[in-house]
Design a protein around this ligand. Structure first.
Ligand SMILES: [Zn+2]
Length: 256
């Protein structure tokens, strides 16, 4: 039987996860969790890449983040759809790796690949399919498994200015350099000039996102429901148990 994973992160193209949540994935590994990255498609064709170069870049990025497992589910790039057949494939992988948490890239990118939004829908549906009984033949004979938790990793430039439920920020100050290095692996997508641009956006976003929660760099996540807690104090303190209040950037500003 396949060794289970604590967290499985899923997105359409190799490089999507690095950009949206690479710092958190590296941090989870540092914290002792078993993490998987599932790329729904190869990400190819693209104007500059090939199947082989993209796969090699993804593997180097995996090594940099320290993530234990990286799977490519082989669904079609550019025409990725949330369809029953694709749900069987994603759900089969979930049944094999039985994660506690699915982390999916989420949101809409109307000026970029439509795969991003379809991937979001596909992952939600596949999580539901994964638990279904009496359909084992559609899932390679694997045992039904319900993934307890779903977490969204909103795309950096989500088209909708939406009120996600339960947004929270993970402090990635200690893994931010790993995140950047993992993105830089995709030389076929980001030559020097393009990488400089991506680095600018990713750094600015991580600094602004982290700063709102008192961190140097952060990544944003949300839940599909209001967050629950039995311990208001621990929850508000961010689970650190520290009595020190979060120091926000605005507090450092002169008040005149
Ligand atoms: Zn993408």
């Amino acid at each position: 039987m396949t060794e289970r994973l604590d967290v499985v992160a899923i997105a359409p193209h190799p490089d999507d996860l690095e950009i949206t949540c690479g710092g958190t994935l590296a941090k989870l590994v540092n914290q002792g969790y078993r993490v998987g990255m599932f790329d729904l498609t190869t990400g190819e064709p693209t104007p500059r890449g090939t199947l082989e170069t993209r796969a090699a870049e993804a593997e180097t990025a995996r090594e940099i983040l320290g993530v234990q497992v990286r799977l490519n589910l082989g669904l079609p790039n550019r025409v990725l759809m949330d369809s029953p057949e694709n749900r069987y494939i994603v759900a089969t992988a979930l049944r094999k790796y039985r994660p506690d948490i699915i982390l999916t890239m989420a949101g809409r990118t109307p000026a970029a690949s439509p795969d991003h939004h379809q991937g979001h829908l596909l992952v939600e549906a596949s999580r539901f399919y994964s638990q279904l009984t009496k359909w084992d033949e559609r899932f390679e004979g694997t045992t039904p498994y319900r993934v307890p938790h779903l977490v969204y990793a909103p795309v950096i430039f989500d088209a909708e200015n939406r009120d996600w439920h339960s947004s929270f920020v993970v402090d990635i100050s200690d893994t931010f350099e790993q995140k950047l290095a993992a993105i830089e692996c995709y030389k076929s997508q980001f030559d020097e000039k393009r990488f400089a641009k991506v680095k600018h956006w990713v750094s600015g976003n991580a600094a602004a996102t982290g700063g709102r929660s008192g961190f140097l760099f952060g990544e944003l996540f949300t839940l599909p429901h209001p967050a629950g807690t039995e311990d208001l104090i621990r929850f508000v303190r961010g689970g650190k148990g520290s009595p020190a209040p979060v120091k926000l950037p605005g507090e450092d500003m002169p008040h005149g």
